[in-house]
Design a protein around this ligand. Structure first.
Ligand code: XLS
Ligand code: NI
Ligand code: NI
Length: 438
């Protein structure tokens, strides 16, 4: 690497819990075997290009507070090239196996469709060289269909077909880029695929357009050799007042209705689950139960406010619960844990980017260790299963198989009389989790 953007930071290594080095992992020991996989294979960490290298933490009330040394050129393409150098230096030093990007994160929009395509292709060929020399891989690519003013009324759900076509052009180029870089998934997050007000909106027509657009994207991707999962990332609102991909349950229904269930899965983000009024584990479990948990945007929402704070995931309980869902479905691959997270606006030192990722990676690694221990060595699964034991045999099992009628239920109730009360033991379940935090 020609330049260094993080001269004072050495590659981050595992040093264990006794270290007092803040630039070291205490739990993330990539080659440590946990059950049937190494930590690296379980967690499949990815770095989000946008939060880490693009946005200097400007907010609606003020300019950025971070000063990015890779953004010092007058020409946007030169900035994009420096940004790429900085990004790969960071991926390597933090020891993340994957990264994720939007088309506009890595290359600036040009003054025409062709110029935008050319910009993207130029950066993609440089990114490919970096991937080859570092071994860092692309977890997923996506198209930014929400920042440009043309998308103010949506992209594929825009009432104006001319805007939808621009969305199509961008997704085509982003799919080309993802395939070129060996991306393992492709994400659709529909920030403006929703409405600002229902009064002027034909919701049914917009949802059908979204479905049609996704089928076209799927077919094009398959045609150019994309074999990975397409992922929808649910979010209930922000920037739209109402977003169509509200939560996992809504997306599961939509994918089935639109004939997309075989090719699409869900990318669950913690903060988006919180905004939808759920817990992280709830949205993960809903997607997983539908066979559709494809990947995770690993971050943390703030329970005291109603927006997408995208904090780094530092809540151990949250990560334990998440890893319990992921382990029970046999892992997250070919998805991963993408840090769709930004440092706080007040974390203005460049080194804060390292500290934030280190604590995020360690929290998930620790969550993995604890979740695995609970599932393997505690009676958690048996306790849960025993609550449903009455369906395992006899009439309960006949009910599950569909061989009883409503009259049968009536007769069984009349015969057996008042059921014995059975405690749900919630505090005992909670105690069990706490007892395994060692
Ligand atoms: C924004 C989303 C976005 C997606 C990718 O809220 O989380 O960052 O992950 O478009
Ligand atoms: Ni996200
Ligand atoms: Ni978010």
């Amino acid at each position: 690497m020609s330049t260094t953007f993080f001269p004072n930071i050495n590659p981050i290594q595992y040093e264990g819990t006794d270290t007092d080095n803040i630039f070291a992992f205490r739990y993330y020991d990539e080659n440590r075997q946990i059950g049937d996989k190494t930590m690296k294979e379980h967690l499949r960490f990815a770095i989000a290009y946008w939060h880490s290298f693009c946005n200097e933490n400007a907010d609606p009330f003020g300019a950025g507070t971070r000063d990015f040394p890779w953004h010092k050129h007058s020409n946007p393409m030169d900035n994009a090239k420096s940004r790429l150098e900085a990004a790969f230096e960071f991926f390597t030093k933090i020891n993340a196996p994957y990264y994720c990007f939007h088309d506009r994160d890595i290359a600036p929009e040009g003054s025409s469709v062709s110029e935008s395509e050319k910009n993207l292709q130029e950066i993609v060929s440089l990114a490919k060289e970096h991937q080859q020399s570092t071994g860092v891989k692309l977890l997923w690519g996506t198209a930014n269909l929400f920042s440009h003013p043309r998308y103010m009324n949506g992209a594929s759900t825009n009432p104006d077909f001319a805007v939808l076509c621009h969305g199509g052009a961008q997704v085509k180029a982003a799919l080309d880029a993802t395939v070129e870089l060996g991306g393992e998934n492709y994400v659709f997050w529909g920030g403006r695929e929703g409405y600002a007000a229902l009064i002027n909106t034909n919701m049914k027509r917009e949802l059908d357009h979204l479905g049609q657009f996704l089928r076209m994207a799927r077919d094009y991707g398959r045609k150019i050799g994309f074999k990975g999962n397409y992922l929808i990332e649910p979010k209930p609102a922000e920037p739209s007042k109402h977003q169509y991909d509200f939560d996992s349950a809504t997306v599961v229904g939509f994918l089935h209705q639109q004939g997309l269930a075989d090719d699409f899965k869900i990318n669950v983000e913690q903060n988006h689950a919180i905004l939808a009024g759920h817990t992280f584990a709830h949205d993960l479990q809903t997607a997983s139960d539908a066979g559709m948990l494809g990947s995770v945007d690993a971050n943390l929402g703030d329970n005291q406010n109603g927006w997408d704070t995208d904090y780094f995931p530092t809540d151990l309980y949250d990560c334990i619960h998440a890893m319990m869902v992921i382990l029970q479905q046999g892992g997250i691959a070919p998805g991963g844990l993408n840090f769709d997270a930004k440092v706080r606006r007040t974390s203005s030192d460049l080194e804060d980017l390292f500290i934030a990722h280190i604590v995020g990676m360690d929290t998930f690694a620790r969550g993995l260790l604890i979740a695995h221990d609970i599932l393997e060595n505690s009676n958690f699964l048996t306790m849960k299963q025993e609550r449903y034991a009455s369906y395992d045999s006899g009439k309960g099992s006949e009910f599950e198989q569909g061989s009883l009628g409503l009259e049968d239920l009536r007769d069984l109730a009349a015969e057996a009389g008042e059921p014995q009360r059975r405690s749900g033991k919630i505090e005992l379940f909670e105690m069990l989790i706490n007892n395994y935090i060692k």
